[in-house]
Design a protein around this ligand. Sequence first.
Ligand code: CTP
Ligand code: CA
Length: 225
Amino acid sequence: AFFAETAGPLAGKKALVTSGPTHEPIDPVRYIANRSSGKQGHAIAAALRRLGAEVTLVSGPVTIVDPAGVNVVKVESAREMLEASLACLPVDVAVMAAAVADWRVADAAGTKMKKDGSGKLPSLSLTENPDILATIGHHETLRPSLVIGFAAETGNVISYAKDKLGRKGADFICANDVSPESGVFGGDANTVHLVGKDAVEDWPTMTKDEVAARLASVIAARLDT
Ligand code: CTP
Ligand code: CA
């Protein structure tokens, strides 16, 4: 991909961002997916670009527009997202904002499943998808200097995020409260707690663009050492 020369605190730095849901096929016309508009991940890719980074955005199926100046790689499934993300390495920072489906159908049908008229229901057998964040966070040779994950949680948001931080080898988890009353899904606002190894920053509720800009400046400060 061609990247125009840029100025800014992240000039010369490479970033990988995942965004959107993944679609896991059941058959050629049906899929399992997570709820995700891609707004937060796309906004992060745009914000990193504005600070001068060379950004690759690996995106699952979304209906929003590609951010300008960013190399966009479109994928469908978690396995494709993992492959496209690994192909981006080495990078200085990886931000995994995608809502990856935890499970896929073990052996998806190659042809459309049909009702046979008897009322008999199909049963789906599931298998676990690879964890893209954990794969990159624990990568033996190509781990980025900064690895950031997201966690959409309800309930004890910060303690779940701390657990994910350790398990997935991340430097930070942006934990957002997705209780139905928060209005996060599909909306423009987000309430984030930036959970690090030894500190938690509670950010005020702001737009997803503002979260992206603030996260990009945390990244710039961290990489500037
Ligand atoms: N993630 C990933 N690959 C997966 C699952 C999750 O890269 N197969 C990343 C997400 O992009 C996010 C972080 O891991 O940055 C946390 O995702 P989340 O779904 O909250 O974590 P899980 O480990 O799947 O836990 P849960 O059971 O709460 O869904
Ligand atoms: Ca999950």
